[in-house]
Design a protein around this ligand. Structure first.
Ligand code: ADP
Ligand code: MG
Length: 244
């Protein structure tokens, strides 16, 4: 049996006395786009951060490509190198050009030559529609362009899967579409994606599965069109009535 991209089993996470994740179970298959929605504070970011071990679950199991990432024997750098992460804040290096933002980690962590790193960076800038910006500095780009650079940077590390934490939430409304278009392109290229988002249109159109979280639990999950169109639980209905 081949492993799934991500398997989350009965994951709990506690910060002091605050239990933020209360037994989370779900899978992401290779090539699947799974969207996670839910109110602020429901544990979405914590869940995503557990998946690449920026946080350590208090209990439970997370397998990434079949590898138990909570096993102390596991080489975390190796696992993380398979996972690209894009945050709400773009986290670009402000003092580096776009091209250098994309080549730095390739040269340091992947030990690529400068020429190779530049070639890969340029290919990924083209993919996100920013070939003409390689010499620009982040401050001279719009938020939407910065986020697309952040996506191109993550792609330049050849991840097997991408995690997105509200990638469009910090953007002016007119810039959201370009970022979603890039994410849609990635999805159609077969990228495995776990996406925390408030963009219900994206979830409906691109998502293979939608997960609704509230207060540290998955209240319901399933086909996005089903969950959005015909939510089964009162909490889901209440949340959707506020955002749709
Ligand atoms: P969401 O992304 O759904 O808004 P989060 O996962 O960011 O939710 O947060 C869930 C809860 O966990 C919140 O109550 C938050 O204050 C708490 N929390 C998140 N990170 C930490 C941390 N590092 N230390 C203590 N509490 C945290
Ligand atoms: Mg969050």
């Amino acid at each position: 049996m081949t492993a799934k991209a991500i398997e989350v089993r009965d994951v709990h996470k506690r910060f002091g006395s605050n239990e933020v994740l209360k037994g989370i179970d779900f899978d992401v298959d290779f090539g699947q786009v799974v969207c996670v929605i839910g109110p602020s504070g429901s544990g979405k970011s914590t869940l995503l951060r557990c998946v690449n071990r920026l946080e350590e679950p208090t209990s439970g199991t997370i397998l990434v490509e079949g590898i138990d990432i909570c096993d102390p024997e596991t080489d975390l750098d190796q696992v993380r190198s398979r996972i690209g992460m894009v945050f709400q804040q773009f986290n670009l290096f402000p003092h580096l050009s776009v091209l250098r933002n994309l080549t730095l980690a390739q040269q340091r962590a992947k030990k690529r030559s400068k020429d190779e790193a530049v070639a890969i960076a340029r290919a990924n800038l083209e993919r996100v529609g920013l070939s003409d910006k390689e010499d620009a500095y982040p401050a001279h780009l719009s938020g939407g362009q910065q986020q697309r650079v952040a996506i191109a940077r993550a792609l330049s590390m050849d991840p097997d899967m991408m995690l997105f934490d509200e990638p469009t939430s910090a953007l002016d409304p007119e810039l959201v579409g370009d970022v979603l278009a890039v994410m849609k392109l990635l999805a159609s290229d077969g990228m495995t994606m776990l996406v925390v988002t408030h963009e219900m249109g994206f979830a409906r159109e691109v998502g293979d599965k939608l997960v609704f979280m509230d207060d540290g639990v998955i209240v319901e999950s399933g086909d996005p069109r089903e969950v959005l169109g015909n939510p089964q639980h009162a909490r889901t209905q209440l949340f959707l009535s506020k955002v749709l």
